[in-house]
Design a protein around this ligand. Structure first.
Ligand SMILES: [Ca+2]
Ligand SMILES: [Ca+2]
Length: 363
């Protein structure tokens, strides 16, 4: 056996060499492959190295950015804390407000209940008002009717009031006014104060001193004549005549005031306020007992040698003169002083050629 083995040894070697050669070739191929692969890896490593550098740069950049972001985050965290405090405060306020809202909601419900009750009441009232409005219209119509009646009654009342007033006035006069008699105060435009009222004042008038007919009495003509319907009748001579009056006493002996000659004579119609009678007493300046003096003065009448009749009147002791009368001598009815003439006239007590006084007395 050993021989055999020796015979076979070169072959084995060959086989081995071949195997090894093959294996070597395989290894070479493998080395080549690995070399190629290594190159590829080197390239890859280089590439990755370059990428790594790029990444490092990126990381640095991102680290810087991260720091910036951290700063920002810290600031925002601080701000967030502030906001959280604010939120807590607001939450607390909100809770308070919710409590308030709940209270108000409750109150609102109470009010709604009240409003509903009042609405119901209001409807009832509206119904009542409508009813009352209707009644009011009816009442207004009634009132208008009654107003019309009232106006008629007022008119009647006014008429009756007028009658009552008139009756009262008459009654008052009947109860209070014991006066009523009148007299003419010659030579004055006024009446004795406190005792009499002035009815009117005017101008003494009468007959022309030289006429042989017509009236004898003097009249007191008012200053404001009211003409009657026959004022403008046809002018004939079959009439009486009315003249004015002058004081015609001699200026050297006149009871009618200085320079009274040719002055015209005023007069006043007077009414007693508390006396029922009066009398003109010639030849007196005082009244008899129980009588009150209205005025005194001088007895006057017409010129005795003239043809016209006249009458005795009492001219006031403070005789007045009508304005502008002395400018002209117009005559008319003449007022002269009266002298006593003894004989049938008892002397004494009278005295010849003495001027007579007069007085108007009231009771
Ligand atoms: Ca005259
Ligand atoms: Ca004269």
């Amino acid at each position: 056996m050993a021989t055999q083995e020796k015979l076979n040894e070169p072959l084995t070697l060959q086989i081995t060499v071949q195997a090894q050669t093959s294996e070597l070739q395989t290894l070479q191929i493998t080395v080549q492959a690995q070399t190629s692969e290594l190159q590829t890896l080197q390239i890859t490593v280089q590439t990755q190295t370059s990428e790594l550098q790029t990444l490092q740069t990126t990381v640095q950049t991102q680290t810087s950015e991260l720091q910036t972001l951290q700063t920002t985050v810290q600031a925002q965290t601080s701000e967030l804390q502030t906001l959280q405090i604010t939120v807590q405060t607001q939450t607390s306020e909100l809770q308070t407000l919710q409590t308030t809202v709940q209270a108000q909601t409750s109150e609102l419900q109470t009010l709604q209940t009240t409003v509903q009750a009042q609405t119901s009441e209001l409807q009832t009232l509206q119904t009542t008002v409508q009813t009352q409005t209707s009644e009011l219209h009816t009442l207004r119509a009634t009132v208008q009717t009654q107003n019309a009646k009232l106006q008629n009654q007022n008119a009647e009342l006014q008429t009756q009031n007028g009658k009552i007033s008139s009756l009262e006035q008459r009654l008052y006069q009947a109860s209070q006014d014991k006066g009523g008699a009148t007299f003419i105060r010659w030579g004055r435009i006024d009446c004795p104060a406190n005792l009499t009222d002035l009815v009117y004042s005017g101008y003494a008038g009468g007959t022309w001193y030289a006429h042989t007919g017509a009236a004898a009495n003097h009249v007191c003509l008012p200053r404001d004549p009211v003409w009657g319907p026959y004022k403008n009748m046809h002018n004939t001579d079959y009439t009486a005549l009315m003249y004015g009056a002058e004081y015609n006493a001699d200026n050297t002996a006149t009871p009618f005031g200085l320079n009274s000659h040719d002055e015209e004579v005023p007069c006043a119609v007077c009414r007693y306020t508390s006396f029922v009678s009066s009398v003109m007493i010639p030849a007196r300046t005082t009244c008899y007992s129980g009588w009150t003096k209205a005025y005194s003065g001088s007895l006057a009448a017409g010129y005795f040698i003239q043809t016209a009749a006249s009458e005795y009147v009492c001219v006031d002791e403070h005789a007045q003169l009508l304005d502008r009368g002395a400018d002209t001598n117009d005559d008319g009815t003449l007022f002269l002083a009266v002298k006593a003439q003894c004989g049938s006239l008892r002397c004494p007590p009278y005295e010849q050629d003495k001027y007579l006084s007069c007085v108007v007395c009231m009771k």
